[in-house]
Design a protein around this ligand. Structure first.
Ligand SMILES: [Zn+2]
Length: 201
């Protein structure tokens, strides 16, 4: 029976939920509560300058079993910075998260998903893998201008096996819809994994 359930689990389609731009007081706690309730592990791409203000939230993300990813220190467009600044944007965030949680950062997502040759070189030197997304939930401040077009629940049929879904800390709509979104995906047979788990087989 155990063998059967392991086999079923191994064959289940997988999806990785990713939450960018945190930690954000008042929102990150709510996200963590919803994820805990649903017994779902996700990945949080945190910003260094926000993490330094609320290390307790970063620690809570780690303690709840989620993966932490590096989303730069200042959330600036990296292609407009000097080589030295890019290196620091990555290393300062990794070092900060390691200090708070004891964990080594494995993944990096550049702000806006924009890469530059300098950024690629630094990622390699700092042993960080690139994680973009396969589906943008469209819940960033900018996208929310047109909510009807980017309703989280309307994305359910667009989620394919091994999808990486881009979500944000900050949207009321995401908090409202997240539990139903997760439940609908579970009913379709999806299992939830972190981005590292997704890339490791
Ligand atoms: Zn971002």
């Amino acid at each position: 029976m155990l063998v059967l359930s392991v086999t079923v689990l191994a064959q289940s389609p997988r999806v990785a939920l990713t939450f960018d731009d945190g930690p954000l007081p008042g929102v990150t706690e709510a996200l963590l509560g919803i994820l805990k309730q649903a017994n779902v592990k996700a990945t949080f791409f945190v910003v260094g300058r926000s993490s330094v203000l609320r290390p307790d939230l970063v620690l809570q993300i780690a303690r709840d079993g989620h993966e932490l990813g590096n989303h730069s220190y200042s959330h600036l467009r990296l292609d407009g910075l000097t080589d030295r600044q890019v290196a620091l944007e990555l290393s300062a965030t990794s070092e900060l998260i390691a200090r708070i949680t004891g964990q080594k950062m494995k993944c990096f997502r550049p702000p806006g998903g924009r890469l530059s040759p300098v950024c690629e070189r630094e990622m390699k030197m700092q042993d960080l893998c690139l994680v973009r997304w396969t589906l943008n939930a469209g819940d960033s401040e900018m996208d929310l201008v047109d909510l009807s077009r980017h309703h989280l629940l309307s994305l359910i049929d667009k989620i394919r096996p091994n999808a990486i879904v881009l979500l944000h800390n900050g949207s009321e709509q995401t908090l409202t819809d997240l539990a139903a979104f997760i439940q609908a995906l579970k009913e379709k047979g999806f299992v939830f994994v972190t981005v590292s788990e997704l890339s490791h087989d």
